[in-house]
Design a protein around this ligand. Sequence first.
Ligand SMILES: [Fe+2]
Ligand SMILES: [Fe+2]
Length: 716
Amino acid sequence: MPSGRPTSDRPGDALLRAVSRATNAATTALDPAVVPGNAADAMVRFLGARRADVWRFDGRRPVHLASSGIGGATPASLPANLIRIARGGLAQSIHANELGNGVGIEWRRMLFTMDATEVSVHALVVGERVLGAITVVPEGSPDEHELEAMTIYAQQVAAALEKADLHRAAQDAAMSMRVQNRVLSELTDERDVPSLRAAVEQLVCDMVGDAAVAVLPVDSTGRLVVPMLTPPSDGTLRVATEPEVDLVAPALEAREPVRLTRPALRMCAQLGLSALAGHEDINDTAVWGVSLRVGERCTGVLLVGLPIDLDKCAFTDDETRVMELIRALAPAVSVALENAQLFAREHVRASRLAAANTLARTVTGSQTRDDLYNAVVLGIGALFGYTRSAMYDAELKTLTHAGTVPARGHDRERSLVSTALHRRRASRVERHDRTCHAIPLISGERIHTVLYVEQPDTVTPEQETDDLALLGSVCEHAAACLVAIDATDNIERNYKDTIQALVHALEARDQYTADHSDVVAEWALEAGKRLGMDEDQLRDLELGAILHDIGKVAIPDDILNKPGRLTEEEFEVMKSHTIVGERILKPIGFLKNVAPIVRHEHERWDGRGYPDGISGEQIPLASRIIFVCDAYHAITSDRPYRAGQPHAFARRILTENAGTQFDPAVVAVFMDVIDHYCIENDIVEAHDDQGVEIVNPLGAKVDAAAASVDEDAAAA
Ligand SMILES: [Fe+2]
Ligand SMILES: [Fe+2]
């Protein structure tokens, strides 16, 4: 034995002390990665070995873990032989014990001669398992006691290894439970995929240090989706490209964590592992992945990218730990991802439903077809994120109303519109990057129009179905509103026709021209348009012009048709037609805005009119317009007390009285209207621009006629 061997008067005691020291040195550590090295060192230091090697049996062969001392390495065949024999011996021993016969422990060690050097091999056995072996090249030729001491020591090492394994397993279990608990408490509240990914990344970084995490969902059709990286990266997703899917495929298919083929840094960024992009060399990193599942259904994949130099990690020294972490994380992340996706889907549904209701209200408020078509085509673009939208005429198949981004109006669109018209229901066609829909708006037998929209291909089939159902109900609602608009149009038309018939009956009673109110209405509308009135204002203006003399039903015939000039009392009676007119119209809801127009149609710009004597812009614009048109028509029409004046004369009177009797702005616009009217109706007269005195057909001088303009206007 070498000098390092313990000396004693009683060799047995010395050996026991040596075994005890070696055991103490070898078994203090609790880390299975440290125990083998300590065991080999202690064998050399305390038990007289020139070289010692520790091997672990991995189920198939011995794996070299540690060595100590000098000399060449022991070939693996030696521990392999002993392990095979030991396992056999162990089996025999168990069998013998069952039979009640003890069997010796000779199989726990073997002696070999290797290149004239003796090598002893000692099995590492715990209970019924062979963990490995220690191969020892002694300094000299060990005796039976020394060999026995080494065997006893090997037993202690085996126990220490087992203890370290158990400690590691307990640590792993504790870590797994910690992860699960933390994941459950931290992830279940995450309501969207980006927040979930951030929470998982935080978790992983806390446990393994520098790491990048991606949580990539799989949509309802099994397509992998990844975050859009182009700004703003607001969580918008896109369908993964083929190379991306190919890279992730092993993880998607695996139920256990797998290490992916090392991806390029650009690919890491695309997959959401952008934190890895900070590493200069992709060879310094590893990407692990595992599928996320709910039952048998794969809902996504969890990827963890980390530096391969695991020294930086907080608690681990090999990738197996990371694998364990991913394994522990996967179930909770699966549940959280499912929840986040369900929540997102419901959130989208709820917000779209609310937006669809708002759109339905806008559609309901539309007064005209144009308003309704525009409301639908613009509203749905914003609501469903359609890239293009438009209305197509049901008969001509031409584009009538375009969305924010209009349809192209080309043949392929028209062909889809034709299909929808032919089938009388929504039709769709898939193009390479979008899906096109044509939805006819139908009520009863009538197809009003066809709505055409384009949806980007990032929309999942599930969402497309949801959107179409919602769009269908918006279209049904719109079609019902179109029926109501048509009905209202009909009612209004009939009403107007009826009122016009009444006015004509009134005009027949008057000796005034039969078309007075129609002509006044025609001029007033033209002037109103030129003055920028909107559709509703023009409607009220037209009705006001048609009805402005309705109050004359209350004027006795002898005043209404008096051939001479009215007395002051008669004139007062005649003036009452404005108030009577208002009283007739006011109770009719449909004409509530028209009544004040009729009341004020004889108010003067300077406030000297009637019935209220209001002035300037206090007078409704419609009344000011009617006043001008009415006066002009009165001057140029035959009256009971004089013949109609020439147009040029009427123009002059209006011009002279602009700013006193009439609104000058209205007169200026009216001049343009009447010019067009005269041209269209071939009315050519001598103009008085040259100062030529114009004489009216009855021979009265212009000045005299001008004096009666107030009266004309008043009675008009
Ligand atoms: Fe009047
Ligand atoms: Fe009139």
